[in-house]
Write a protein that binds this ligand. Structure first.
Ligand code: ATP
Ligand code: MG
Length: 655
């Protein structure tokens, strides 16, 4: 790895303070939470744990820290599903809608807290009847149907850990995850809907199970009801046969605060996915805390929509556990943003009067590419707060989101976190923080972060380097399943005593944090460390560009040169003139050092199934190397197409 003191080239001067109207009703409008956390961080988290959750048995120790292993709320006992369901029903909120499910094709279902509790209990009883016991692992492979969160909560109710595998993954990916987790039972469906056609989940699952002998039983949900779904006698049972007849009560098992709640594999943007372990008490505390304060949750009036899939950590923490712990009414959407038309998200916002929308930069840049006519068709006036997660958000995309979706009225919270962190770590508090587009602003109260150089010394402000977390946090990963060495090596060996996030970052003169992309992606051009994010953001600030990815390519004179891959906004044409214009634009916005040596126009970029740009594959293309691990790629054709074009065009546009 190159000596990383990032040059921090891009300047962003725009600031956005929350409106007086937003501040008036905001849960947090000053620095009091931060003051409390700074005074005594353990007491702060203990207070959050007791305030936000119901414990069967109080904890005696807030934190045991035996580097790199943390235990939070030691001695405490609680059940996650009880905290998400029973206590709200007991408090008289059984009739409140928990999930507004928007299904494909054309169906919809509203599920109240009382109904959700009954369904979770039935499912928990069915899991037990199928042999699942406390401490077992259960794999879940479904589309975005309500039965996915139901199955997650049912596992939590009886103390089994779930391992959700995104419903778009292949048989091989599913098999690898089942085997790694040694899962005993698989929950899947006959199929899932995808743009009006059926993905044959059960057939894919059968292929995976054939090579994953740990699976004893398979519970199959009927969703698409297509013909000829294979069922294996003695192993496979239908959900409607075994769940519906179960009693609607099931006592929640009190779990140790440190018992495993789930395993989840990372997105695989930078390499082979890691099986991340999350436990019970600390995880639920921090997801509830961040969901409440980052999204300024008003449970009686808000309609919250996190557009992620439950197959990713964002779905775990901000569709299921955080929102339900806080008694939220949430939208769950089964389909894609462009089916049946490109205004699908906005018709859902209007239909359910969504107040809070949490989505990803990849989606926002796609909406920019499609143009404003789609959001303009709908009444988006119910929105009051917008969120972003998953990648750095380019300032231009941030401003587009703020203006065209938020109507210039809604704060935007750019939330930095990872599968490993379990919950949001760096983000504005929307009623208290003045935002800068493209900056995740500051670590949340109770979170310690720092930017360091190669020696591990904090860089001066302004300055850039590696992002590290300086103290344990309640929802931190407890390890990598089955691989303690990789846990220590990946996160705790680079800088002693601090968690290495793998992301580059800078702080500006006001102390704001800016995430600058993966440290593995940082380019070294003529002795300067240049961030992918900053060059991409400069490209996206050109009116013709919707999305861009840049990588460093070996260069005889400069060591590395910037190779750019660009997607245009609709209505713009690729041309040699535009190549020159974009190169000049980057030189003007950032400086000549960051000027791309080559620009290739593409229809799409290689992305993970969670929508993140996989720059390492573009680097393979630019270097004319074999492609690395592609198992988490959404569409292998995209990178194959780019590779063919790249070789044919030899797109070096030297001066
Ligand atoms: P893998 O670890 O397997 O390579 P991944 O890192 O993409 O995959 P996730 O845990 O889903 O897996 O993603 C976390 C990463 O996403 C962060 O480390 C960061 O690079 C990026 N990220 C998430 N949110 C933001 C954000 N708001 N700003 C900048 N980057 C973000
Ligand atoms: Mg990662």
């Amino acid at each position: 790895m190159a000596d990383v003191t990032l040059e921090a080239l891009l300047e962003e001067g725009r600031t956005f303070a929350p409106s007086a109207e937003f501040v008036r009703d905001a849960l947090v409008h000053d620095g009091s939470l931060a003051t409390a956390a700074d005074a005594d961080v353990e007491a702060f988290w203990a207070a959050q744990a007791r305030d936000l959750l119901d414990w069967d048995q109080d904890f005696h120790t807030v934190l045991e820290w035996d580097l790199p292993y943390a235990k939070w709320f030691v001695g405490g006992k609680l059940n996650v599903s009880y905290n998400c369901l029973d206590r709200h029903v007991a408090a008289g909120h059984g009739a409140q809608v928990a999930f507004l499910w928007e299904g494909e094709p054309g169906d919809a279902r509203a599920i109240t807290y009382a109904e959700l509790l009954a369904e979770v209990c039935r499912t928990a009883n069915a899991l037990r009847a199928l042999g699942v016991e406390k401490g077992d692992r259960v794999a879940l492979y479904l589309g975005m149907v309500p039965e996915l969160p139901i199955a997650m909560l049912a596992c939590a109710r009886i103390g089994a850990a779930h391992s959700v595998v995104f419903g778009g993954f292949s048989a091989d990916s599913l098999r690898d995850r089942i085997k790694d987790a040694d899962a005993k039972l698989l929950v899947t469906g006959d199929g899932a809907w995808r743009r009006g056609s059926v993905v044959p989940l059960k057939e894919i699952a059968d292929e995976a199970m054939a090579e994953a002998p740990s699976i004893e039983r398979c519970l199959v949900l009927r969703r698409t009801a297509h013909e000829g779904v294979p069922m294996q006698d003695g192993r496979d049972v239908w959900w409607h046969d075994v769940v519906a007849s179960q009693p609607s009560e099931c006592a929640p098992v009190p779990m140790d605060a440190e018992d495993l709640l789930y395993l989840l594999y990372t997105s695989g943007t930078t390499g082979k996915p890691k099986g991340i372990m999350h436990t019970t008490g600390g995880y639920l505390t921090q997801v509830a805390f961040t969901h409440k304060y980052v999204f300024d949750l008003h449970p009686d009036t808000d309609v919250f929509w996190c557009t992620a899939d439950c197959g990713w950590v964002t779905g775990h923490s901000y569709i299921v556990y955080g929102p339900l712990a806080n008694r939220t009414t949430s939208v769950i959407y089964e389909g894609t943003p462009d089916h049946p038309d490109k205004d699908r998200f906005w018709s859902i916002v209007a239909k359910y009067r969504v107040t809070t929308l949490y989505t990803a930069p990849t989606a926002i840049r796609t909406f920019m590419k499609w143009g404003t006519e789609y959001p303009d068709r709908h009444d988006l006036s119910s929105l009051r707060l917008l969120g972003s997660v998953g990648e750095p958000i380019n300032p231009e995309a941030w401003v587009w989101y703020w203006q065209h979706i938020g109507g210039g009225r809604c704060p935007v919270v750019d939330t930095w976190w990872q599968t490993e962190t379990g919950a949001i770590m760096i983000s504005p508090l929307p009623g208290a923080t003045v935002a800068k587009p493209g900056s995740a602003t500051f670590p949340l109260p109770g979170i310690g972060a720092e930017i360091v150089n190669d020696e591990g010394d904090a860089v001066s402000i302004p300055g850039g380097g590696y992002l590290v977390l300086t103290q344990p946090w309640p929802s931190m990963l407890r390890g990598i399943w089955g691989d303690p060495e990789r846990y220590r090596e990946t996160y705790w060996s680079r800088f002693f005593g601090r968690y290495f996030a793998g992301d580059g970052a800078k702080r500006d003169a006001d102390g704001y944090y800016w995430l600058l992309g993966r440290v593995d992606d940082i380019m070294l051009v003529a002795g300067h460390n240049i961030s992918t994010t900053e060059v991409e953001s400069a490209l996206v600030s050109h009116p013709a560009v919707a999305e861009a990815a840049v990588v460093g390519k070996t260069d005889e004179t400069t060591g590395q040169a910037v190779a750019a891959f660009v997607i245009l906004r609709s209505g713009n044409e690729a041309s040699h003139r535009l190549v020159g214009e974009l190169r000049d634009h980057v030189a003007e916005v950032i400086g000549p050092i960051a000027k791309p040596k080559s620009v290739l126009f593409a229809e799409d970029l290689p992305k993970t199934r969670s929508g993140k740009i996989m720059r390492r594959l573009l680097r393979n293309v630019a270097e004319d190397e074999a492609l690395g691990d592609t198992t988490t790629l959404a569409d292998p054709n995209v990178v194959a197409g780019i590779k063919a074009r790249y070789l044919a065009d030899a797109p070096d546009d030297e001066e």
